[in-house]
Design a protein around this ligand. Structure first.
Ligand SMILES: [Cu+2]
Length: 508
């Protein structure tokens, strides 16, 4: 459009929203929680050269979707609002976390219901009704569609502890993107969405079956993946019919459709089908090869109950993937000790460069195993559980992903355009080999996205090109201001929820 900010007409001014300068995008966060410091993290966003704004030091159970518009690998007519799939508990995470630690022999924490966006279903018991705990739930998530149109669905698993398969009765889904990465389209009955993963799928408003006419209602299903459930597996699961796909001519009633058979096992979408449109060729690693000890073993470590770092409630274990479970000190953040050759406390889980020269185009390989290799480890146990592993600051290439125990250092790695994303499932008893390019100086978390496990300590900090981080920090004064405010707040014991202990989880 024509711009004349100085009184002279520039005929070809480029603008956002017909405004010059463009709109000011700001996000301000004000914390009204009484006993919790909190921070806001932009999940999956690369935060290129802005590591100090990645915002993770306290885990808090709140979340919302954000959408970046970008190229897609197939066309569609309309997009629906983001679809958040989550498990839901009637107890607070602060209460249930002690169950996760197995304090005093308690069982693991269990989730109660499934929500699709803001609605789910729970059948109140008599005593719960009498106690006044129950009210009317909002209507189930419902989308009205028109026959013949193609709709983009943005699926996000925001669960604490459950991997879901998303499906729509009598409809195929065309998968076109994962974790912001457009992929070559493929067709699926259902799509497995791990915790923290995102998928873009296209649904064509055309049922796949003559017996399923286009004037009906169809269930959207949130199926609990076999073996990756946060629910009580000896009791019936909560209903998986949690959303309604309604054709414009259909009556406003619940669907009566039946589930189409599909793979419900807890494994990432098929490796061979996840082909990025923009190709990567992964180079040789600069860090030490896996067979020389560069593996990270996901297991549990028995914590010494008298160790003051881990507030004690008797004997318990914490999840970890490094030397020891992560446990951070909010008053001593990593960002304040950069470039000082600091000997980091083992519970900070800092992985540095250990002598390797790391440059912008260097490749770093990480081998993550769910079993002990090559030797057993003292005070550690390995439990067969799948873990959605998430890396901050990067997309990573998945060089290998297997449900077999990791023992063969000559395992075949796919370096020619492997799947890439920012959350991948470490299969139970198996292994995951990932690679990222060291193009983003910072201290980046790598952790399991099961909230209980992250809180327990299943996390590392990867210190990438430490000496260069200081040049990327834009908000140095802001960092100092926040740290100072934190210390003032923390030093006032009236702000602590418990007089005995302030922090009981890893801090992420
Ligand atoms: Cu985990």
């Amino acid at each position: 459009m024509t711009l004349a900010p100085d009184g002279f007409k520039n005929l070809d001014g480029k603008v956002f929203n017909e405004k010059f300068p463009g709109p000011w995008i700001q996000i301000k966060v004000k914390n009204y929680l009484q006993f919790n410091g909190t921070s806001i993290h932009w999940h999956g966003v690369r935060m290129l050269n802005t590591f100090e704004q990645d915002g993770v030091n306290v885990s808090n159970e709140n979340r919302g979707p954000m959408t970046f518009y970008g190229p897609s690998s197939a066309n569609y007519d309309e997009s629906l609002d983001p679809i958040l799939i989550t498990d839901w508990s009637h107890r607070s995470a602060f209460t249930d976390f002690y169950r996760e630690l197995g304090v005093n022999g308690s069982g693991r924490p269990l989730m109660t219901s499934i929500l699709l966006n803001d609605a789910g279903r729970y059948k109140c018991t008599g005593p719960e009704i009498e106690k006044g705990n129950c009210t009317t739930a909002p209507p189930l998530f419902t989308k009205v569609i028109e026959t013949g149109k193609k709709y983009l669905l943005r699926l996000i698993n925001t669960s604490v502890d459950t991997t879901f398969v998303f499906a729509v009765d009598n409809h195929n889904l065309t998968v076109i993107g994962m974790d912001f990465v457009p992929i070559v389209p493929y067709t699926a009955r259902g799509v497995l969405v791990g915790i923290g993963q995102r998928y873009h799928v296209i649904l064509e408003a055309k049922p796949q079956d003559d017996r399923a006419p286009a004037d009906q209602n169809y269930w959207m299903r949130t199926i609990i993946a076999n073996g990756c459930s946060g629910f009580n597996t000896s009791a019936p699961n909560p209903p998986e019919e949690n959303g309604i796909l309604r054709y414009a001519k259909a009556a406003k009633e619940n669907p009566t459709t039946k589930k189409t058979p599909m793979d419900e096992s807890c494994a990432d979408e098929p490796y061979d089908k996840l082909v990025p449109v923009v190709k990567w060729t992964v180079g040789e690693p600069v860090n030490e090869p896996a067979e020389q000890g560069g593996t990270f073993q996901v297991g549990m470590t028995e914590v010494d109950p008298v160790d003051k770092k881990y507030p004690g409630h008797g004997n318990f274990s914490r999840w970890d993937m490094g030397q020891t479970p992560m446990f951070l000190n909010f008053s001593d953040p990593t960002i304040n000790s950069l470039g000082q050759n600091r000997q980091w406390p083992p519970e900070y889980g800092v992985i540095g460069q250990s002598g390797a020269t790391v440059k912008e185009d260097s490749w770093i390989y990480l081998v993550i195993t769910a079993t002990s290799f090559p030797f057993g480890a003292p005070r550690r146990t390995f439990i067969p559980a799948a873990h959605p592993i998430h890396l901050h600051g990067h997309d990573f290439a998945i060089l290998a992903q297997s449900e077999k125990p990791y023992w063969d250092p000559l395992v075949k790695l796919k370096k020619d355009n492997p799947p890439r994303r920012d959350v991948a499932l470490l299969p139970a008893n198996g292994y995951l080999i990932i690679a990222f390019q060291a193009d983003n100086p910072g201290s980046w978390l790598m952790h399991c996205h099961i909230a209980w496990h992250a809180s327990s300590g299943l996390a590392l900090q990867i210190l990438e090109r430490e000496s260069e981080i200081k040049y990327t920090i834009q908000g140095k004064n802001e960092t100092e201001r926040i740290c100072k405010n934190w210390n003032t707040w923390y030093d006032n014991k009236a702000n602590h929820w418990s007089p005995v202990e302030f922090q009981d989880d890893s801090g992420i």
